[in-house]
Design a binder for this molecule. Structure first.
Ligand SMILES: [Fe+2]
Ligand SMILES: [Fe+2]
Length: 157
């Protein structure tokens, strides 16, 4: 890949928006059959897990090391990631049981994810625009676009 890099804040916020759209697609499919709902959810969940993996592998370590005052924020982000993953697991399991509503879990996810994304976009991502080396930005761009990252177990069923 050559040419100018996209500012990380725009790249990562854009990934949030793409994931939002996929989640809305899942919510709009509430009346569909189990297989279709599982399929739509699996795509959304895989994308969100990839986003989290990229943040934790390529971004948060640099942010935490960049300034000691960032560390508590990194801990908070990691904690929220674990909560998000836990809700994804619970939705996946619920969908396996059949044509059941997942609305309660969807609300839970929206609440955690919305606050998390606002925090990242307001307090974390802008730092990368001035501190992340260009080569690392390219690596992040590639990793977010990789449709099948290594070491990522496929989302059920
Ligand atoms: Fe995150
Ligand atoms: Fe994020």
């Amino acid at each position: 890949m050559t040419g100018p890099v996209e500012p990380p804040s725009r790249l990562l916020s854009g990934d949030h928006r793409g994931l939002d759209r996929e989640f809305e697609e899942f919510q709009a499919a509430a009346g569909y059959g189990r297989d279709r709902r599982q399929q739509i959810f699996a795509r959304f969940a895989a994308g969100l897990r990839r986003h989290i993996e990229v943040e934790e592998r390529l971004l948060f370590p640099a942010f935490g090391e960049g300034d000691p005052s960032h560390r508590h924020l990194v801990d908070l982000m990691l904690d929220e990631h674990r909560r998000i993953e836990g809700i994804l697991d619970r939705i996946r399991l619920r969908l396996e049981t059949g044509p059941t509503s997942t609305e309660d879990l969807e609300s839970e996810l929206v609440n955690v994810l919305w606050a998390h994304n606002v925090r990242e976009e307001g307090s974390v991502y802008p730092w990368f625009d001035t501190h992340l080396p260009e080569e690392r930005i390219r690596e992040v761009t590639r990793a977010l676009r990789d449709p099948d990252p290594p070491g990522r177990a496929p989302e059920g069923p």
